[in-house]
Ligand binder design. Structure first.
Ligand code: PNW
Length: 466
């Protein structure tokens, strides 16, 4: 029997996906194009020329996929809504057929005792809104709030937990700064404006989801100096990656040092009176996505951490701090090249809890890519992923033991899927997908997760239910 990991018995254990990475069916039932359709169809943007046109056909296979979730015993499933399925142009009338898909999904989850965790925005902006200026344009924040209200009117009675944005750092700095993500623009000032309007959209949307549990998900990194002279490098990268979002959302202000670092990039003229109060809307939880630690230097070799797949032409996502290098320490890595550093998760959770107002926390993504294959006996042996998940769930238990109000964990990802600029070349799933046949096979890690969930429920004295 799998050892319980020391997690509280009521700790939420789920898994996550995102619409563009799994749904396919990009032209079905009136869906409009998103920036990821345009981007993935632009030559040179995605490794191998892959697109999300078919992905893992979740749109068509939803019922069977929910059955897989039930077989794993998931408490909760974190998914995102494709905005352009619901509002093909990002504004105006609702496309009922698109909305119905999410209604059916939510009903199927509830029928199986799985809590639906709905993310409104996981990077797939309707193309029509990008054509009107995209996230650097203030109007996009208002369109997002309208869309949030539309979704809430439709599903607010059945979905309790709502996340506005997934990883606004990626949307802003990879989408508009380095260009490694859609829409592939490369301008530091646009990236900073995009970040502001994403957060503004979050704050405007939060107040239009009454009666629900509302949060936002940030991708946070532990950040360490490569050497004794690298405190400034840490300050800069922690500033742009972590504090540039944590401070506005939780404290209602931008970090002054980061604003100063960006002096040559933008004068923040896009920030209006009252915006920061809007952005700091009261929240019910913060979602933390954690994958690795950034080790940084300003006086040694390293890479620019453009975060692109190899061979793709991308810029820097670190405006004003392009001179900082990212260093590898020689630790074991995943297939993304990301060093495995579970203590960094404890560090991040503890830091958020101690430096910001107390708030329930959830790890809304954590996981690892490896090059999994189906063995002759039909199974998928992925002991490295089991070890990764085990170490990070133990880190969660350690954080809980330190008094961090961490309430749950979502593995990234439930299924192998379209890994953005890496296409289908990197597999994060607990469930393997054979892309030629769409056959799903639960990996050893999926079996391990199932037994871990069951053991956590049973564990005597695993913690007092709250
Ligand atoms: C997150 N980076 O993406 C996303 O939320 C998922 O959709 C994605 O599949 C998963 O992590 C694995 O990559 C990230 O370069 C992509 O810093 C890139 C970065 C961080 C997160």
């Amino acid at each position: 029997m799998t050892e319980p990991l020391g997690l509280p018995a009521d700790f939420v254990l789920g898994a996550a996906t995102a619409a563009y990475q799994i749904e396919g069916a990009v032209a079905a039932d009136g869906r409009g194009p998103s920036i990821w359709d345009t981007f993935s169809h632009t030559p040179g943007r995605i490794l191998g020329g892959d697109t999300g046109d078919t992905a893992i056909e979740h749109y068509r296979r939803m019922a069977a996929d929910v059955a897989t979730m039930a077989a794993l015993g998931l408490d909760a499933y974190r998914f995102s809504v494709s905005w352009s399925r619901v509002q093909p142009d990002g504004r105006g009338a609702v496309n009922q057929a698109g909305l119905d898909f999410y209604r059916r999904l939510v009903d199927a989850l509830l029928d199986n005792g799985i809590a639906p965790w709905l993310t409104l925005y996981h990077w797939d902006l309707p193309q029509a809104l990008e054509d009107a200026g995209g996230w650097p344009s203030r109007d996009t924040a208002h369109r997002f709030a309208d869309y949030a209200e539309t979704m809430h009117a439709a599903l607010g009675d059945r979905v309790r937990t709502w996340t506005t944005l997934n990883e606004p750092w990626c949307s802003a700095f990879l989408g508009y700064g380095s260009g490694v993500h859609a829409p592939g623009r490369r301008d530091g000032a646009d990236a900073v404006r995009a970040a502001h309007h994403l957060m503004l959209g979050h704050g405007l949307a939060a107040r239009r989801l009454p009666g629900s549990e509302v949060g936002v998900t940030l991708n946070l990194y532990a950040t360490s100096p490569a050497g004794p002279a690298d405190d400034d490098a840490v300050r800069r990268i922690d500033g742009l990656q972590n504090r540039f979002f944590l401070d506005p959302v939780l404290l209602g202000r931008y970090p002054a040092d980061v604003v100063a670092d960006l002096a040559g990039v933008t004068d923040f003229g896009h920030v209006r009176d009252g915006d920061l109060a809007t952005i700091a809307a009261p929240l019910d939880f913060l979602g933390v996505n954690y994958y690795t630690r950034n080790v940084v230097t300003t006086d040694g070799p390293g890479d620019g951490a453009g975060h692109g797949a190899p061979g793709l032409d991308v810029g820097s996502p670190w405006p004003g701090s392009e001179h900082v290098r990212f260093v590898r320490r020689g630790l074991p890595t995943t297939a993304m090249g990301w060093e495995i550093d579970a203590p960094g998760l404890v560090e991040v959770l503890h830091r958020v809890h101690t430096e910001y107002p107390a708030l329930p926390l959830y790890v809304t993504e954590n996981g690892a890519a490896f090059h999994d294959t189906v063995a002759a006996d039909g199974g998928v042996r992925d002991p490295e992923r089991v070890a990764y998940l085990d170490a990070h769930l133990r880190a969660c238990a350690e954080a809980v033991g330190k008094g961090v109000p961490l309430r749950g964990y979502f593995a990234w990802s439930l299924f192998d899927n379209f890994e953005w600029s890496w296409g289908y070349s990197r597999r994060f799933g607990l469930v393997h997908v054979d892309y030629a046949t769409q056959r799903r096979t639960v990996k050893d890690s999926g079996d391990w997760y199932r037994t871990t969930i069951a053991a956590t429920r049973r564990a005597p004295g695993a913690g007092d239910p709250r």
